[in-house]
Design a protein. Structure first.
Length: 292
């Protein structure tokens, strides 16, 4: 049965009630995010992660409804109360980490109450993926972002200097010709790394390789791929600013460089996956030959 048909069935009525409750509870939260934090460059990945999470949950709906129901009300209601307290604390004290983060245990609690642990396991990846949209505290972001920005700035400067461009660096500030560029969080920050990690994990989930070694290897490679994609973005923005001026670098082409970032990360992920597949095929062929 298709997800749309399931929604229209009588079995979907309790879920529709839950959906209305979740929307009423978290609607103001996401409205504030869309008009505030998520409208900034550093947190612009939030709506994308939310949309993909909803899509992943929607894809799981047929399997969820087909699985045997074994409600676990005791653990479900316990988790529900904890999620409610977390939401209340975050909402009242303006702590987005708690307010937004409470959505994951809230959905988990509802699943335990209505369907049980076996059904909850079907939603583990969508719920885990949803964590990437939770805003982190600013002190944590600043502490973890600075080393990354320094490393990206250093590599970008080295590449452009080797290519013959008049560039120098002071910390995370690049000086190329008459222009100065600050390597900000939006260009090489922790949130960008989280977004690229989410993209890589989504790719792994959609491809669904049977080889655990292949999945683990590709998941590990997502980190250097994300770093390389950040370097590419900074290099592209620097070149745009040098050749077309500061307005071009900070205007439309800045958004274009963001598209380059994600396209480069996706292409490198696919390339790495292809190389891993080729190595595994060669290794398997040699193992079969040795056995024969």
């Amino acid at each position: 049965m298709q997800p749309l048909q399931l929604v229209q069935s009588a079995a979907a009525r309790p879920w529709l009630i839950v959906l209305v409750g979740v929307l009423a509870m978290y609607g103001p939260t996401f409205w504030g995010l869309f008009n505030g934090l998520w409208s900034t460059d550093s947190q612009g990945h939030g709506p994308i992660v939310l949309a993909i999470s909803v899509w992943l949950l929607w894809r799981r709906l047929p399997d969820l409804m087909a699985s045997p129901a074994a409600p676990a009300p005791r653990s479900g209601w316990t988790l529900f109360v904890l999620a409610l307290l977390l939401y209340a604390l975050g909402r009242s004290q303006d702590i987005l980490l708690f307010e937004v983060g409470s959505l994951v245990p809230m959905i988990s609690a509802v699943m335990l109450i209505l369907r049980g642990g076996a059904s909850l396991k079907l939603l583990l990846f969508p719920l885990f993926f949803m964590l990437f949209m939770v805003p982190l505290p600013a002190p944590v972001v600043d502490a973890l972002t600075q080393p990354m920005k320094l490393a990206v700035s250093y590599v970008a400067e080295s590449l452009l200097y080797t290519a013959g461009y008049p560039i120098s660096r002071s910390g995370v500030i690049l000086q190329i010709g008459p222009y100065q560029l600050l390597v900000a969080d939006a260009c090489a920050g922790l949130q960008t790394l989280f977004t690229l990690e989410a993209l890589g994990l989504l790719y792994l989930n959609l491809i669904r390789h049977e080889s655990m070694a292949r999945n683990v290897t590709l998941a590990i490679l997502i980190v250097p791929i994300s770093f390389t994609a950040n370097v590419i973005r900074v290099v592209v923005l620097t070149l745009i600013t040098y050749h077309f001026g500061d307005e071009a670098g900070q205007g439309f082409l800045h958004g274009f460089a963001g598209m380059v970032l994600f396209m480069a990360a996706l292409m490198m992920t696919i390339l790495a996956d292809s190389l891993i597949r080729a190595v595994v095929a060669i290794w398997s062929g040699r193992s079969r030959s040795a056995t024969a």
